[in-house]
Design a protein around this ligand. Structure first.
Ligand code: T46
Length: 141
C-alpha cells in the first residue's frame, strides 16, 4: 500500500496468522488496531468488475476502517484539498475513513469482498452526498 497523503485517513494492520494449507486468520480488536469502539460491521460482495461504483460521499461524524478481504479494488480519497487513489489488495491492511473524507470505491476484481468496521449505527443524516456541499464544508474547517 502506498503512503497515505490525504488528511483524515491512515492505515491499520491486523495480525495475520497463516496456517499453510488451512488458510489465514486476521483479527481486528476495537480500540486496538481499530481506533474506536465498533458499533457496526458490514460487508459488500457481488460487485460487477465492469460497472460497480460505491461510496461517492463523506460522513459528518462517522469513523470507519475499510478492508478488502478478498480480491482487489481502487479506493479514491479526497479530503477537500488533496486527492489520492489506493489499490486495496491486502486482506489485513485497512484504511481509516474519518469524518469529512470523500471516498469512492471502484475497479473491483472478480470475487472482491469489502468489509467495514464503523463507529456508529447507520444514519442517513450523517451522509454528505453532494460533492459541492462537501467541498464547502471541508474547506471551511
Ligand atoms: C463505505 C462503503 C464501503 C443501510 O441501511 N445500513 C447500512 O449500514 C449501510 C452501510 C447502508 N444502508 C443502506 C442505505 C442505502 O439505502 O444501503 C444503501 C446503500 O448505502 P450506502 O450509500 O452507504 O452504500 P455504499 O456502499 O456506497 O457506502 C457504504 C458506506 O456508507 C461507505 O462509507 O465506505 O459502504
Amino acid at each position: 500500500m502506498d503512503d497515505i497523503i490525504v488528511k483524515k485517513s491512515g492505515t491499520v494492520t491486523l495480525k495475520r496468522i497463516v496456517d499453510g494449507r488451512d488458510g489465514a486468520l486476521c483479527i481486528m480488536n476495537a480500540l486496538q488496531e481499530i481506533p474506536f469502539e465498533i458499533k457496526r460491521v458490514y460487508y459488500i460482495n457481488n460487485l460487477d468488475p465492469y460497472s460497480s461504483i460505491r461510496g461517492k460521499h463523506a460522513h459528518r461524524k462517522l469513523r470507519q476502517v475499510i478492508f478488502c478481504i478478498n480480491g482487489s479494488f481502487t479506493l479514491s480519497l479526497d479530503d477537500g484539498f488533496t486527492k489520492q487513489e489506493l489499490l486495496m489488495r491486502e486482506d489485513n491492511v485497512g484504511v481509516i475513513l474519518d469524518p469529512m473524507l470523500w471516498h469512492t470505491m471502484h475497479d473491483f476484481s472478480n470475487g472482491c469482498v469489502l468489509l467495514v468496521a464503523a463507529s456508529d449505527y447507520y444514519q442517513e443524516a450523517d451522509y454528505i452526498r453532494n460533492y459541492d456541499e462537501f467541498l464547502t464544508l471541508a474547506r471551511e474547517k
